[in-house]
Design a protein around this ligand. Structure first.
Ligand SMILES: [Zn+2]
Length: 335
């Protein structure tokens, strides 16, 4: 029995990149086909748009596989460009594997959806975002929803668990870019299917999300996503990674150098933001975001998330502090 398991673990898994188009500024998104033993596992599935589906079917056909032959769908994180077709694949009989928290985004119940909306309303307002920009942020969120369908997590995957269809892989929990983010790690081969946690050509945004296990949504109960993201990068740095399969861009090696570069660039950006904050004087995070990203006002939610992430990290390190003004606004100052 033990020998059998060992032999099974030694079997190699072939990983094939499937590049799918999206109409979003990010460009294309990667799905991966993992073939090993009698398993045909798809990791992520692109945006719910017909050309992406046609591309997916054509790529599978090259391996003599039809959509209904897939034995599992893994979602690295519940962002629309990665999960668009999950509901459809699930309806066709493919079980969905992802982090247990992913269902909150894939198929939110009424309470969760309302909680999240109230959280972002509170966050945007108290971070000093004017109403026109708040409306734009919510419109952007609704716009993205058209590219996905509802699905649920059939098999939850948590940190450290073996991935049942292909036990060569272990699950790593990598919150930061998304709270429900996972990666698949094959220690034997040094292969890491990483989602958007580590991208070759762009730095990944650590997106602020609500803390859900509190009675009332509040801007104060938000995830310190960049702090988590950096902790995860540091943890990945300790692995012997040979090859990275990212959510966007080409498959690459040299993960250590890239992680070092990302960590260093973040320190530089944090210092720039703190210098700017000193120059402007105490202000809400959105004011700092507009000063730092004047050309990105059309992406209010993204620039706020980015800057707030850095401020929260600076606060953890004692370099900045957040105070609640009398009107509830959250004001930042460099320490
Ligand atoms: Zn993505």
């Amino acid at each position: 029995m033990v020998v059998g398991l060992r032999q099974h673990l030694k079997q190699s898994v072939d990983i094939h990149r499937i590049e799918l188009p999206t109409p979003l500024p990010v460009g294309t998104v990667n799905a991966y086909l993992l073939l090993g033993g009698d398993q045909a596992v798809l990791v992520d599935c692109g945006i719910r748009e017909r050309t992406a589906w046609a591309c997916l079917e054509a790529a599978l056909a090259e391996f003599g596989i039809e959509v209904r032959d897939l034995t599992a769908l893994v979602l690295t994180h519940p962002h629309v460009d990665h999960v668009g077709w999950a509901g459809n694949l699930q309806n066709l009989g493919t079980p969905v594997y992802s982090h247990p928290q992913a269902t909150r985004w894939l198929d939110p119940d009424e309470h969760t959806a309302a909680f999240r909306e109230r959280f972002f309303e509170d966050l945007y307002t108290r971070c000093g975002m004017p109403q026109a920009d708040r409306e734009r942020a919510f419109a952007e969120f609704s716009f993205l929803q058209q590219w996905t369908d509802r699905s649920v997590v059939d098999v939850p995957l948590s940190e450290g668990t073996v991935f049942p269809p292909l036990p060569q892989f272990r699950v790593l929990y990598v919150p930061g870019h998304a709270q429900a983010a996972i990666a698949l790690w094959n220690e034997q081969s040094g292969e890491l299917v990483v989602g958007d946690q580590l991208l070759p050509h762009i730095s990944s945004n650590a997106i602020v999300e609500p803390v859900m296990d509190v009675p009332e949504p509040s801007a104060l109960h938000r995830t310190r996503s960049l702090v988590q993201y950096r902790e995860n990068l540091a943890a990945l740095r300790r692995l012997q990674i040979r090859r990275v399969y990212p959510g966007h861009g080409e498959v690459f090696s040299g993960a250590d150098a890239l992680i070092d570069l990302r960590l260093k660039d973040q320190v530089r950006r944090r210092d720039q933001l703190l210098d700017l904050l000193k120059h402007i004087g105490p202000c809400p995070a959105y004011e700092l975001a507009l000063a730092y990203f004047p050309q990105h006002r059309h992406q209010p939610s993204l620039i706020l998330s980015e800057v707030l992430g850095y401020l929260d990290w600076a606060a953890v390190d004692g370099l900045a502090s957040e105070e609640v003004r009398e009107d509830g606004t959250l004001e930042w100052r460099a320490v």
